[in-house]
Write a protein that binds this ligand. Structure first.
Ligand code: BGC
Length: 934
């Protein structure tokens, strides 16, 4: 970066004509700590500080910054008692600056601000103040003990959710109060009758035996002088409910338990703690049973009004039981050892929480032939229905959930397999009752209701959409409404499946962190939503669950058990260990994350190498291969099956290549050389084994070509012929694809990169099946697991494997952003510090627009065209630059605004590269017009 800065400053001398010496100084905004805004309860020992620069001018770069950290706003304003004052640091770095003050203390609030100087030496004002608060950093900060209910014989069966409570006195005016909570199973915490915070499914799903999260809540406003009470309800959740497709339960343990610490600081500087300990009391609550797959059974007559408040008569409650031995010990999060963790580590949450993110009203209510009242919410999603009902006590209302209806109009539930996703609510008979489940979620569009005491209205049911609350970062829109619907379906698929863990699907008895699905979708995911913290958490679990051999479980977190080869170690799935960290590095430029994952990346590649053996061809045991590649009995679609040895060897070459790049980025030169050599050697082995001298690859399948071309496995001389063979196969199938999970993401990129961009568009806009748009013609509102989930004759695919909400094939979104919209990252300068903008119009589109909130700010590309002109509007965030490619034109045919290109403010370089014009621009908004001379 320092070198880069030097070059930039040199280039910025006033004589080059595009500097911004006059005008207003830059501003600073968007302060972040790690990936979060003003986080509370984080446990990074050296949190990274990031900011965004604002500017009304073009070509703004940061030449220097100054950071100050203190314990209070007053200290900061006065410049007194600063904990850290960086002074003026000559640097263009505005993301992930390590805090370098004295060691941080637990439960402490820090405030900070930053100012920057631009290349002309103009200083910004100090930013608004940002904050962060540490959690409990040391093991002995936790004085709370684990508590649960007394063990009973039926500990391994579904049980009523226990309630826990403790009354306490607040003895003076409170300055601040924090609640630190974790649990085995899921928890909901209440103070004085009010729910603390709006996080759902806490403490989240991690590799529970190794990493257990806790959350911090600011509960200052929920306390009052006098009698107070804290109450917690626990649910089975992932910890002890059903989990996995074999019907297993109690994967992590038999008993749910709580560990909670309420810390009160009084105005007069006294401090007090209320902690989980043997003085707490417990009783079964109204949730009679809850299960992630099965749904929830709730009896409102069993509620205990006022249970989480004081005063309250709890004489019927019984003493809690301590849990021994303690199931988790505390160590600061950064000490997580990837391959041999000693015991569960208590870590602060780093991903944005799961929340209710939207409500949807029914679009239709019908009586189904089954007799059920069926509510159509118009959209497939994850969450549940809120029921509003009046009726006599004891009435049971049952809600079943399904993604689609069968031909008769009944809920189709065969594809849910063992997941019954049914909620049952028993009324207490007191006016209007509203019910939402607590410890389950469903994947659905339709709700079938029975037992309603009065005729249904559209107000009876409201859809509650639940997801990890990740900020929308991307937008993509074109002049083709079907492509726009495809984009929406991809985003709905992501929202539905990014529920604390990137899952395969949200409805059947899986909902697991399938590594292959996450791997293929990660790049698309990082366009649509801010997934930095989300994947950072998941990757920590991936490293934690990695086998000492380097092998990886199929799913992360791993409830399937198995050893290094059973339910583990498969090409394209376990390669998530390498591909996902690399993808995050591209999208966010976070070097520390890459460093943290590096041991895990290397361990996986070494495992693959050993499996391949001396000839470097991985002839595997069990592999998923090009999972769910289109296969049909129709004689016009033969040969969709690509050999698993070809696929596994291709992924070995690719992962070795990415590991070499990661090593180079991290300055591990010996490793960079080693893995680059390994990748080359595997490539040579691949060519010997699978590539003919005439450019035929493997079984001549689309996936064989897509992988070989995407991973750069072919001799240069054979690339055009191999690409032509791929194109010929697609044309021979009347422009249809035959690819599965692994081939699909690479199909359009390799076509576009090898001179077949028109064919890529034809494939993308193909409406007949198999294609991306076919499901839309069948009313799909999310991505389907299979190309033919509902066949043209309206029959369903095999119910054993037919999810209507699987994002894997949505990996095409990456191509839509990068090639239609034209926004891409430059791996040499990741995190969009230097972006690439190169839209390739096609497919009859007259306009397209893509934008991305990068960590530096908004990057966008919007084009429109007619017979005379192609107009490209570009926005480049401050402190970054972009390389803009205009296809097939000449420099003198391009104008920026009203001016010729060269000399326009902010335009740093203009070049003719072959038939294309390449323009380097600094930050700012540009309008590039290419006139098409007849
Ligand atoms: C899941 C997938 C997963 C696959 C493994 C399925 O049951 O739903 O999406 O990747 O198994 O091939």
């Amino acid at each position: 970066m320092t070198l880069l800065l030097g070059a930039l400053l040199a280039a910025l001398s006033p004589s080059c004509g595009w500097g911004n010496q006059d005008g207003t100084p830059p501003g600073v905004t968007g302060l972040r700590v790690e990936y979060l805004t003003d986080p509370q309860g984080i446990d990074a020992a050296r949190p990274r500080l990031s900011w965004r620069i604002t500017s009304t001018e073009r070509n703004t770069v940061q030449a220097a910054y100054s950071l100050q950290v203190a314990r209070s706003e007053t200290d900061l304003a006065r410049g007194d008692h600063l904990l850290w004052d960086s002074g003026r640091v000559t640097s263009d770095v505005s993301l992930f600056v390590d805090y370098a003050g004295p060691p941080l203390e637990s439960r402490t609030r820090y405030v900070w601000r930053v100012r920057v100087w631009d290349a002309s030496g103009r200083a910004s004002a100090w930013s608004a103040i940002g904050t962060w608060e540490t959690g409990l950093l040391q093991p002995d900060d936790w004085t709370a003990t684990w508590i649960g209910t007394a063990p009973v014989a039926a500990d391994s069966l579904p049980a009523a959710s226990p309630l826990f409570r403790r009354a306490f006195r607040v003895t003076g005016p409170v300055r601040s109060a924090r609640l630190y909570v974790t649990s085995l199973g899921l928890y909901e915490v209440h103070l004085n009758g009010q729910r603390a915070g709006d996080r759902l499914f806490t403490p989240g799903w991690t590799s529970y035996h190794r990493r257990l999260q806790y959350q911090t809540y600011d509960v200052t406003s929920l306390l009052h002088p006098g009698d107070n009470a804290v109450g917690v309800m626990l649910g089975d959740g992932w910890y002890r409910g059903q989990l996995g497709f074999s019907g297993q339960r109690n994967v992590y343990g038999r008993r749910v338990a709580l560990r909670l610490q309420l810390e009160i600081r009084y105005q007069d500087a006294r401090a007090e703690r209320v902690v989980s300990d043997p003085q707490w009391k417990t009783i079964p609550g109204p949730v009679l049973a809850s299960d992630i797959y099965g749904g929830e059974t709730y009896d409102a007559r069993q509620e205990h009004p006022g249970w989480a408040a004081a005063p309250y008569d709890d004489h019927a409650w019984v003493a809690v039981a301590p849990l021994d031995p303690p199931a988790a010990t505390l160590v600061a999060s950064e000490s997580v050892a990837p391959l041999d963790p000693p015991a569960a580590t208590l870590v602060a949450s780093e991903s944005p929480p799961v929340r209710r993110i939207r409500e949807v009203r029914p679009v239709a209510v019908r009586r189904a032939p089954s007799g059920e009242t069926v509510f159509d919410l118009g959209q497939n999603f994850s969450g549940w229905a809120r029921l509003a009902v009046r009726g006599p006590a004891g009435t049971v209302v049952t809600l079943r959930y399904a993604e689609v209806l069968d031909r008769d109009g009944n809920l189709y539930t065969a594809n849910l397999r063992r997941a019954s996703q049914t909620d049952r609510y028993t009324l207490k008979g007191e006016g209007e009752e509203r019910y939402e489940p607590h410890f389950t979620f469903h994947g659905f569009r339709y709700v079938g209701v029975t037992g309603l005491p009065a005729p249904a209205t559209t107000g009876t049911i409201t859809g509650i959409v639940v997801s990890s609350d990740l900020a929308a970062t991307g937008s993509f829109e074109t002049s083709d409404s079907l492509l726009n619907r495809l984009q929406q379906n991809i985003v709905w698929g992501q929202r539905s499946n990014f529920l604390d863990v990137p899952t395969d699907c949200p409805q059947r008895d899986e909902r697991l962190g399938w590594t292959g699905d996450a791997q293929v979708f990660a790049r698309t995911a990082a366009f649509n939503l801010d997934v930095a913290g989300f994947f950072s958490k998941w990757l920590a679990d991936l490293a934690a669950d990695q086998d000492p051999s380097g092998s990886l479980p199929w799913v992360i977190p791993n409830p399937l058990g198995g050893d290094s080869t059973r339910f583990a170690g498969t090409a394209g799935w376990s390669d998530a260990a390498v591909i996902v960290p690399w993808t995050m590095y591209l999208a966010y430029g976070d070097r520390r994350l890459l460093e943290r994952q590096y041991t895990s990346m290397r361990a996986w590649v070494e495992y693959e190498r050993r499996r391949a053996g001396a000839d470097l061809i991985w002839r595997p045991g069990w592999q998923f291969g090009d999972w769910l590649a289109f296969h049909s009995d129709d004689p016009s679609y033969p040969g969709a099956t690509t050999g698993t040895d070809l696929i596994a060897t291709a992924f070995l070459a690719h992962s070795a290549d990415l590991t070499a790049r990661a090593a180079a980025a991290l300055g591990r030169d010996a490793d960079a050389t080693r893995y680059a050599a390994l990748s080359r050697a595997v490539r040579a082995a691949f060519d010997r084994e699978f590539v003919s001298t005439a450019g035929r690859v493997g079984e001549n399948t689309q996936t064989a070509y897509a992988l070989a071309l995407a991973f750069d496995l072919l001799p240069d001389s054979l690339v055009p012929t191999a690409a032509d063979r791929l194109a010929a196969d697609i044309r021979a199938r009347d422009v249809h694809l035959t690819t599965g999970f692994l081939g699909t993401p690479h199909l359009l990129p390799v076509l576009a990169a090898t001179g077949h961009v028109d064919l890529a568009y034809e494939l993308l806009t193909q409406r007949s099946y198999p294609s991306w748009l076919y499901p839309i013609s069948r009313g799909a509102t999310t991505m389907w697991e299979r190309w033919d989930g509902i066949r043209p004759d309206s029959s369903f695919e095999d119910p054993g494997m037919n999810s209507f909400n699987h994002y894997a094939f949505g990996a095409v979104g990456d191509w839509m952003y990068r090639t239609i919209g034209g926004i891409d990252a430059d791996p040499q300068v990741p995190g969009y510090r230097r972006a690439r903008i190169a839209p390739r119009p096609g497919g009859g589109l007259t306009s397209a627009r893509a934008s991305l909130e990068t960590l530096y700010g908004t990057l966008s590309s919007a084009w429109r065209r007619d017979a005379q002109r192609f107009v490209l509007e570009v926005t480049v965030p401050p402190n970054t630059s972009a390389e803009v490619t205009l296809w097939e034109t000449q420099v003198d045919q391009v104008r920026e605004g009203e001016r010729p290109l060269s000399g326009a403010p902010g335009v740093r370089d203009v070049r003719q590269r072959g038939r294309d014009v390449v323009v380097i621009v600094g930050s700012g908004n540009y309008e590039l017009t290419v006139s098409r001379t007849p």
